[in-house]
Design a protein around this ligand. Structure first.
Ligand code: 1GP
Length: 248
């Protein structure tokens, strides 16, 4: 696919809601990836995100290679670290952690990654990454050394997203954290969506189809699910059906 950002912009502006399945390369192997790919095809999943806050196994390149070979949908890197760059993917979310005040994750690591990204030829998707309290400390808040925005302060999230768009970012990602107890609250999604004209990605702690549907109805354009699918891959079908049933 030649321009993933255009494809995402078009889907968002036509009201088409998309399911992104997040694949952590540490959690897949030669056995389970085949059934995962089968379910992804059957359910017509829209996007694949690949990445993780912390990777223990050396499985990143191989996972992307396998996914690209066997799937038609875009494979997008969702990097937990600047080491997670592979030219085999279609694109990469270049995340700036705009809810935090850790300069390294706002711009520092990007400086180191920029030449590698240029050489990789990957499509770059500049994305404002906003952590929202998910009712528990998550790997991303610990690793990033930042505090999430309180879940009962939608106005802080909305102003942060607005600033991100004004700075020229192309997507906003509201993140409760992988495996969060609670997904991003609906009032936060609505408040952010009201102020935004770029695509809105929402993930973290989404465990079932009704929650995914409510999040899409609240204004998310892309709904990201990882952990719940790792527990039960049959969820892919019901998540996709619920999300695709929402038309604005
Ligand atoms: C994490 O938003 C993603 O960065 C997905 O979260 O693993 O909780 O689905 P889950």
């Amino acid at each position: 696919m030649s321009n993933i950002q255009n494809y995402i912009n078009q889907a968002a502006s036509s009201g088409k809601k998309q399911l992104a399945v997040l694949i952590d390369p540490d959690k897949v192997d030669d056995q389970n990836i085949a059934s995962l790919i089968g379910k992804i095809k059957e359910a017509h999943v829209d996007l694949i995100f690949v990445g993780g806050s912390l990777m223990i196994h050396n499985n990143f390149e191989k996972t992307i290679h396998t996914l690209k070979k066997q799937l038609d949908c875009p494979v997008i890197i969702f990097p937990g670290h600047p080491m997670q760059i592979s030219a085999k993917a279609d694109a990469i979310l270049l995340l700036s952690l705009i809810s935090g005040r850790n300069a390294d994750l706002l711009i520092g690591q990007h400086v180191h990654a920029a030449p590698l990204l240029r050489f990789s030829g990957l499509e770059i998707m500049p994305t404002g990454y906003i952590l929202i309290d998910g009712d528990m400390p998550t790997t991303v808040s610990y690793i990033s050394n930042t505090q999430p925005i309180p879940k009962d302060k939608p106005e802080i999230a909305a102003c942060t997203a607005m600033a991100g768009e004004m700075l020229g970012l192309k997507n906003i990602y509201l993140e409760a954290g992988s495996g969060a107890k609670a997904a991003v609250p609906i009032p936060v999604i609505k408040a952010v969506k009201d102020q935004l004209s770029i695509p809105l990605i929402v993930g973290g702690g989404i465990k079932d189809a009704p929650t995914a549907k409510a999040i899409a109805e609240a204004g998310a354009d892309i709904i990201v699910v990882g952990s719940a699918i790792e527990q039960d891959i049959s969820l892919i079908q019901s998540l996709a059906e619920a999300i695709h049933s929402v038309a604005i």
